[in-house]
Design a protein around this ligand. Structure first.
Ligand code: HEM
Length: 479
């Protein structure tokens, strides 16, 4: 008798197919999710029924317009997972590996209506107090500090030594806890969303750090994001403050780390970018925007839930059905991008930051960290190049995101640089940097090349005369 659990071999039309003839988005059959998305688009059009782990049925929205329609129609679709029938009736088991994405929490991500306005209002109010110029300066300094750790070596892994650290340094500064930045918090934030065995301990560690920060700022407010979140007229409880700090720290960190690694990989490997960057026609912010189209840091957002029986992309969606916002497939919808090799010239209508009432409120910060950090790194290491053949790069991927495991690079060893100085070409001379990229502040396109930065000199300030540790501490404090 046939074994009903046997998996059909690759190449067989039934490979990757589960109950009801639906395609699975998990397991070895779905290792190349981009290919699965294109099969689904060909078979079903812009909205397709698919299976998550444990063969939980869900809709995948593949069309650009259909994704925007869903996220911009809060009367029809919401993010309140308590309304998902499969969660209510036990189809989704408590131990489901994606439960961290599904479990409802009292945070703006899952709220709707007035409650969403209250919670999101506090978050956007606190974001609006961030000094953007000050943060760009801080990102420069943090980049200098990180590059100093490896510049004399002549090589580095830009994922573990740069992309995974820069956003955490910046987010700790923004939240008001620069002293908490260290390897442990980076590891915890990386580990937590993976649902690994250590994820519970990582979550407990992060919550402890954030609840202590909340208590400190409740007692003694300062001019930082956390204090503004606490003092907002929405009057968040300590628990609400802690939960929002957690989602912001983890989501902002993960997305921005992925974005930086993706942008660096593209800049280092794609001849289009290298040529355009060299020709001075494409700024780093434009390279970031292209990456947000081609490799969005979050490939999906899930789940959205239908509040009523409705129709989307020609499919009947029943009340209580869940849907995946397909950011990655939506960004390559042939109706908006008939030629995927054409570059998007800074076009920002991609889905990387979601849309509608839940659209990412931190996108300017995520973009700034990537723009300024990548620009400053390339200025310090103008001869940086991949240390391995491109086809040896490895990726970690899941339904939620895909990111590089490592990005090994090599360059001629460079001297350390004062973290307080503007990032400068290490051989600063009257010649122009080989990277004709945008400066850290936004610049008009097609401009004449900027003059080479001046050589880094220690400022004749007290900081310049102090030892490195002293200067580092002053730098941390933003003095
Ligand atoms: C490159 C970096 C980032 C990317 C790609 C990104 C992407 C996203 C996406 C896709 C969503 C879901 C939108 C939806 O449901 O339609 C989201 C929501 C959110 N993001 Fe970001 N994000 C980034 C950085 C940040 C930063 C730096 C912050 C905070 C400073 C932040 C705070 C939030 C918050 C609070 C929400 C929930 C908003 C709501 O539900 O109303 N994000 N982000």
């Amino acid at each position: 008798m046939d074994d009903p659990t046997a998996t059909p071999p690759p190449g067989c039309p039934a490979h990757g197919i589960g109950p009801g003839g639906l395609r699975r988005l998990y397991g070895p059959e779905a290792e190349d999710l981009a290919a699965v998305y294109e099969k689904l688009r060909a078979e079903h059009g812009p909205v397709a029924p698919v299976l998550l782990h444990d063969d939980v049925p869900i809709w995948l929205v593949l069309g650009h317009a259909e994704n925007l329609h869903m996220v911009r129609s809060p009367s029809q679709f919401c993010r309140d997972t308590r309304q998902w029938t499969a969660l209510q009736d036990g189809t989704v088991k408590p131990e489901h590996p994606m439960m961290p994405h599904f479990a409802w929490q009292p945070i703006c991500v899952h709220a709707e209506g007035d409650e969403h306005l209250r919670l999101r209002g506090a978050v956007t109010g606190a974001i609006s107090t961030i000094d953007h110029r000050g943060i760009r300066r801080y990102i420069n300094r943090a980049t200098q500090h990180l590059v100093n750790q490896f510049c004399e070596e002549g090589g580095a892994d830009l994922v573990s030594q740069f992309a995974e650290h820069l956003p955490m340094m910046v987010m700790c500064e923004i939240l008001g806890m620069p002293e908490e930045y260290n390897d442990q918090i980076v590891q915890a934030a990386r580990d937590m969303p993976k649902g690994s065995e250590t994820a519970i301990a990582s979550n407990a560690y992060l919550m402890d750090v954030l609840m202590r920060l909340t208590a400190r700022r409740r007692a003694e407010p300062a001019d930082d994001f956390t204090s503004h979140l606490i003092s907002h007229p929405a009057r968040l409880t300590d628990d609400e403050v802690g939960q929002h700090l957690r989602i912001i720290l983890v989501a902002a960190y993960e997305a921005t780390a992925n974005l930086i690694a993706n942008v660096l990989r593209v800049v280092l490997t794609d001849p289009r970018f290298r040529a355009q960057l060299k020709g001075g026609q494409m700024t780093v912010p434009e390279a970031v925007e292209q990456s947000l189209w081609d490799e969005p840091p979050f490939s999906t957002v899930l789940p959205y839930v239908a509040k009523h029986d409705t129709e989307l992309g020609g499919e009947h969606i029943s009340k209580g059905d869940a849907l995946i916002m397909g950011i990655a497939p939506g960004n390559v919808d042939p109706r908006v991008r008939p030629d995927l090799s054409a570059h998007m010239q800074g076009n920002r209508s991609h889905l990387a930051f979601g849309g509608g009432p839940h659209e990412c409120p931190g996108q300017d910060i995520g973009r700034a960290i990537a723009d300024v950090g990548v620009d400053a790194l390339l200025t310090r290491l103008p001869d940086v190049q991949l240390a391995v053949p491109e086809d040896e790069l490895r990726w970690w991927s899941s339904i939620s995101n895909q990111h590089l495991v490592e990005l090994p690079v090599k360059f001629a060893p460079k001297p350390q640089q004062d973290v307080m100085a503007r990032p400068a070409h290490p051989l600063a001379s009257p010649r122009v940097s080989t990277w004709q990229i945008g400066a850290s502040e936004p610049q008009p396109r097609m401009q004449a090349p900027a003059p080479a930065p001046t050589a880094p000199t220690a400022p004749p300030t007290p900081a310049g005369r102090q030892g490195p540790l002293r200067r580092f501490l002053r730098w941390w404090r933003g003095e």
